[in-house]
Ligand binder design. Sequence first.
Ligand SMILES: [Ca+2]
Ligand SMILES: [Ca+2]
Ligand SMILES: [Ca+2]
Ligand SMILES: [Ca+2]
Length: 473
Amino acid sequence: MMVMASLALLAIATACLILQMQTTLTNAADVYSFEKAVYTVAEDAGPATVYVKRTGPHDAASSTVDVSSSDGTAVIGRDYVAVSTTLNFQMTNNRVTVDVQVIDNVMASNGSGIHCFTLTLTNPNPSGTLGTNAQICITDNDNIFTGTCPPQEAVIESNGEAVIEANVTSDKATAVISWAEFSTFQPALETSYRCFPAGQPPSSECRNGGAFPITYTLNASDQYNRRIKVQYTVATQLTPTRVEHNCEFYVRVLDSIPPIITCPADLNVTAKGLNGTAVWTEPAGTDNSGVVTTNTYSPPLVLSIGSHLFTYTAEDSSGNAASCIFNITVTPDDVPPMITCPATATGVTDPGLSTGKIKFPIATVSDNSGLPIVPVANATSMVTRFPVGETVVEFVATDASGNSATCTFIVKVDVRKNAGGSSDRAVIIAIVCVIVAVLIVVVCAVILYMKRRRRHAKYSQASDGNREMAEID
Ligand SMILES: [Ca+2]
Ligand SMILES: [Ca+2]
Ligand SMILES: [Ca+2]
Ligand SMILES: [Ca+2]
């Protein structure tokens, strides 16, 4: 009994699972889409056949979808017969045709000779997913350009534009583009090519076989930045009224060559404390287009101890990118500075004192961090007074991470000879004595001289008196 109940429950659960799966499949949406985005048809080629296909995880036995047309450069009644119909899909038919009637008129279209209109899918039943619209592009057979406009090298794109696409090669910023030269039914009195690059007014001549610049795909603010319009103009009458015919198409030059960028060599930086300052020259990318942007980090950067990866990316204006990576390792500084003390410094006591100020150079220091370090001494040259005898002086050098190194040297002070200043006083006394002695000699000489003169005068008077006495006698 229990077994039968279990089997019944299992059968019910299995049935529910199958029902759930069927429900899931039934809800899966079919997809309706045109087989091609663009159908090109000659104006006089009769009906164009367009295919709509149905795909999806499950095909309903029968479903429908509507298709309708809308004008572009081709106009209902002038260039084509309006399309408005319902397509039926059967279990065994997932591909349904739509016949589009193109009108072979007698109107010559200017420009490229290509004119297009749009087919749109709507209203799937049961509900489904719809693909993108299709373009029906009609090639005019009334164009004076005898069917070569646009040139056969051009491909009609989904927006109806005729585009010749080329890629730059090697390191070029341009691509040479050539096309079959145009011919006309009518005599061409004057012909010229003009280009409309990058949304600018027509200003530059361009030519068949010319070098066309890269039409950038990035940072293009308008569609004209993505391709260049080429306009070939034929004048079939100059007077009395000038009659011109234009053939227009586009060129697109793609750049698939990535930039080149080379990172600097990996860098090792010794920390100053918990961080290290990394300095490097930032790389700049180069590109065949000549237009490239490279990210920057703006060194010098203060980085923590450890490994740091830096990625530089160069990108050209077509979206091609190249990168390089380099590593900066900040290692802790556990190496003390190298310090060298001066040789023994010697001197004598200052005059009249028992100490002397001894001049000595500061220690020389270097450190693996590369940073300058000023050593500190426990004495200062020409400020500290040293006693007579030998004094040990110590220099200490400490790097930014706190590693220290010391060295010592001897300052030796001798007693100044003739200490106390006696020698100077002796010199002064000696000089004074000499001066006094000279003065004494001079004074004595003067006194002797004066005495001799006085004695000589007395002697002369006595001689004169005797002479007079003799004359009287
Ligand atoms: Ca025609
Ligand atoms: Ca026509
Ligand atoms: Ca490039
Ligand atoms: Ca160090």
